[in-house]
Design a protein around this ligand. Sequence first.
Ligand code: SF4
Length: 451
Amino acid sequence: MKNIDQLRAHGLFDAKVPRYTSYPPANHFENGVGHDKQVDWLSAVSGEEGISVYIHIPFCKRLCWFCACRTQGTKTLRPVDAYVEFLRSEIRAVRAALPKGVSMARLHLGGGTPTILSVKTMSLLLSEVFSAFTKTDDFEFSVEVDPTEASDQLLETLVNFGLNRVSLGVQDFAPVVQDAIGRSQSLEQTHHVIDFLRARGVAAFNLDLLYGLPHQTMESFKETLDHVIAMKPDRLAIYGYAHVPWMSKRQVLIKSDDLPDNEVRFELAMLAQKTLVNQGYDAIGIDHFALPTDKLAIAQNEGCVRRNFQGYTDDQCETLIGFGASAISKFKQGFLQNAVATSAYQDRINQNQMAAHKGYKLTVCDGVISKVVEDLLCRFALDNSALNAEFPEQATFIRAISVMLMQRYSDAFHISKNGLQMNGWAKPLVRIIANSVDTFSSTEVAHSSAI
Ligand code: SF4
């Protein structure tokens, strides 16, 4: 059987499965896991630990039609300035609940549009963060920058606070595609931000593209790929567009008839992979690419790429603390998510409550499955030796997972030194395979296409 037929036989072109940026996926977090758990889990973080910090800015000046991010449109900066005051209160409250010695290894500002903040408000926010947390020696500060919004003064401010990695959303440069997704962004705007920051010593850039957008063709996407390669980013993330208008109201503005079908989506994804690998990028997991000198590619060579809410990462921190509306925190005990609506989040902070409103406490079995899912998504492997070393009491369960995978996907795996390894052709199936070990698995319409 040809590989494409094998992929089809395993349901690649029909399946809807989670992206597995966490296990369990966030739609399985439970209500009632809030303030008390947050206080308990924060106080249990080791005082020796370096943590990751994520700050969510849920505002944008324009709302792009394709985007399913948790964000709201605003014409003025008044609600943004007010929100940042709540963030500052939350940072102080969380810091007070953490043991003294905890330091910060990563800081990431995401959204929404973090670069919507004025210079003054950004300075207040970052001063609060840096006075709350001391930095580890290998500290990394990254920001999602919107090239259509960010002023030179704001970029300069970020550099002065130590910005050393930048993430830029591109999606696609073809005008017909940009018109159909409600987001215009010129090549010049994107070049300007990169050149401006490179001239000030920022060396690390991620660019995000989307395949599966309306009117995208192999030719138009190849042109976009050529444009971004010319910008020489260290990393690229090439995600499949998830058309879920029943969840993200703005997407009703995108006509389903203009979208490429799943087989074309697959060809677009393969085009991106082939083009980038030919240009010297290493493929990381299912949708990331990195130059061999980049920390993510180095982590891949060392077998320690991780997966978190931002996708693939070399971040090894056990604890991630999310600040702001809807932000998710990860602890060794489980996950917590802050109140989602900005008003509900602000109400909690006003009432001197921690912001978490739901979450999930991992059982031992969840912990095993979580590692299996991460191993599959990051290394296309099941490392029985490592799992048995970490969960010595769960040897029977680990073996049962391994046997199930070999029986159900015998053509997709071969036996390796430490367990199972996926065959190259089968890698696009990895989210479907991860779904087969997912005990929360459902046919929820919330999930996106497997390709
Ligand atoms: S793509 Fe960026 S600017 Fe557009 S709505 Fe989403 S978060 Fe806002």
